[in-house]
Design a protein around this ligand. Structure first.
Ligand code: SIN
Length: 301
């Protein structure tokens, strides 16, 4: 059988298929459908220092080849995560990666520092790219100075693998990627959602309560591929590709563009078994192309 294993800084993954934050809950929601241990890793729903109720409904909308969300980082906060969610995550035998979000640098640092002490959380993904909050989120990821500053502050308190999730809502993703690398990131994940909107023509108003939201799904894949390709050529850090991946062919395209691993997001809402289908499909592709390892594909276009 071909070797699907890959590495992301200090993380050895059994395969390169992970789930994107906010699309897979805390894992157990999907345990009736798939063996969670078969995944390369699970990036769990965002955690902020304080509880957040999220944005008012409606905060999701279907669009052509995609969807919009404006959830607003709803979660029960850091203390609840440590007390009630972490014990359950310890039962899952794969990499569990916390998505760390915030509205201030101090907030990010507080969450990262706490996550560092949790043995079963093997890495964090610093979310500087959420487009749905009034303070923080994407504001950090769309300025070179703020991206550097928040990454550097978190790096000081977080010794394990630090992944930073980039926003596509910028003129030059390479400039932001370089800033984050200078700030001490170990791995880059991209892309988060594209700022977008939907309008209900009959009601003559925006569909989402927040007017704008983040676009994900197959519609964004070409944008994500382009950005993964640009960043992986410019920055010497491993890249995780995210954006509209629905099947093994999509995943392979991201490896060819330079991604060492991928995250599946919106497709989990359509088919809860899509991740295991993708793992099997990658194996089949490697066999068909007489390749021994998935690593041979990375950046090979
Ligand atoms: C949200 O909670 O609004 C989405 C999270 C994100 O885009 O990072």
């Amino acid at each position: 059988m071909p070797d699907l294993s890959t590495t992301l800084h200090q993380l050895s993954l059994k395969n390169p298929v992970m789930t994107a934050s906010g699309t897979f809950g805390y894992g157990k929601e999907f345990s009736d459908f798939i063996d969670l241990a078969s995944l390369g890793g699970i990036i769990v729903k965002a955690t902020t220092s304080e509880p957040r109720e999220g944005n008012p409904y409606p905060r999701m909308a279907e669009t052509a080849s995609g969807m919009l969300n404006s959830v607003g980082l709803q979660n029960k906060g850091l203390d609840y995560f440590v007390k009630h969610i972490y014990p359950e995550l310890q039962q899952i035998n794969t990499h569990i990666i916390a998505n760390v979000s915030g509205s201030t640098i101090e907030g990010y640092v507080e969450v990262a520092e706490k996550m560092a002490g949790l043995d079963h959380i093997t890495a964090i993904e610093l979310n500087i790219s959420c487009p749905n909050v009034k303070q923080g989120g994407m504001a950090f990821g769309t300025s070179v100075t703020s991206a550097l500053e928040v990454t550097r502050a978190v790096r000081k308190v977080y010794p394990k693998t630090l992944i930073v999730k980039l926003s596509p809502n910028v003129t030059s993703i390479v400039d932001i990627a370089r800033a984050v690398a200078d700030g001490g990131a170990d791995v880059l994940s991209l892309i988060n959602t594209l700022l977008a909107m939907a309008i209900d023509a009959e009601k003559r108003r925006p569909v989402l309560s927040t007017v704008t939201g983040g676009l994900s799904g197959p519609a964004v894949k070409p944008v994500a591929l382009r950005m993964v390709w640009q960043v992986s050529k410019a920055v010497k850090l491993p890249v995780i590709g995210i954006g509209g991946i629905c099947n093994a062919t999509d995943a392979i395209e991201f490896f060819l563009a330079g991604a060492s691993a991928i995250q599946v997001g919106t497709a989990n809402f359509i088919n809860p078994r899509v991740t295991t289908d993708i793992i099997k499909g990658i194996e089949d592709y490697l066999l068909r192309h007489n390749l021994q390892t998935v690593r041979e594909l990375v950046g090979s276009i």
